[in-house]
Design a protein around this ligand. Sequence first.
Ligand SMILES: Cc1ncc(COP(=O)(O)O)c(C=O)c1O
Length: 290
Amino acid sequence: MDGLRLRLPSEVVELHDHRLRQRNVRLLLKREDLIHPELIGNKWRKLKYNLTRATEQGKSTLLTFGGAYSNHIRATAAAGYHFGFKTIGIIRGERHLPLNESLAHAAAQGMTLAYMDRSTYRRKMDPEVIVALRERFGEFFLIPEGGSNVEALDGCAEIAHEIDRDFDLICCPCGTGGTLAGVSAGLQDGQRALGFSALRDGRFLGDKVSRLQQQRYGRVFNNWSIECEFHFGGFARRNAELTAFIDSFERRQGLRLEWIYVAKMLYGIFTLIERGVIIDGTTVVALITG
Ligand SMILES: Cc1ncc(COP(=O)(O)O)c(C=O)c1O
């Protein structure tokens, strides 16, 4: 895996801002976005042990699912390209030509793209759907949508292990819950994890995190929670307030935040600090996952 030149451990940088100083809170950014241009952030963490497991099982093809703009599809294509797996991406909905940039890139890295109607896609993990996929494509190693499975948890737990500074709270954005499930499992006693839902209806996310931890560790950790207030209208929705936050963050810090997940989380962190929910004296780590 060294041939890829992954930047690991990912860098940790402290953010300096008067709002943090006023509240006596330290905020450290863990720059998962800098790990690799194509295997950004939690994508690498989630895929790492999936690749190991696929190899152990002698599987040479990876099959996974995603929407037409899925970062996970793109990352799986890149992982296949770099690590010598064939890849199949099952894309939700109909094919649109020309391919968007994300799918075109995946295809250029050798991924076979196949499309699944939306009603079958909702049942994509049902045994009969998987059997039909095996009949069509032959043997493959199955990675779920978003890459969140038990293998992903081990990779995400390593994020927490890597941090060599003291901290109290680690924050991450949540889409499928795999990152939070793994990170929470990697914490030491007394540390907590807080996920920020990027989805409008984030309530089911807690069940997903619990299920993943139960599957992987045989128990659910009690060191995490999920904040559902900062979705800005729902997945991939934004408003002027979020845009203003992103612009002002870039002016102050020189970093343009990814808006679907990361900006919403950071907006939430600053709000909770301002409200005193994240209390005086806390050291927070925020995962910049994209
Ligand atoms: C940039 C980014 N951050 C965070 C997440 C959410 O991670 P998870 O699906 O593990 O909750 C995703 C989606 O996988 C993502 O693309």
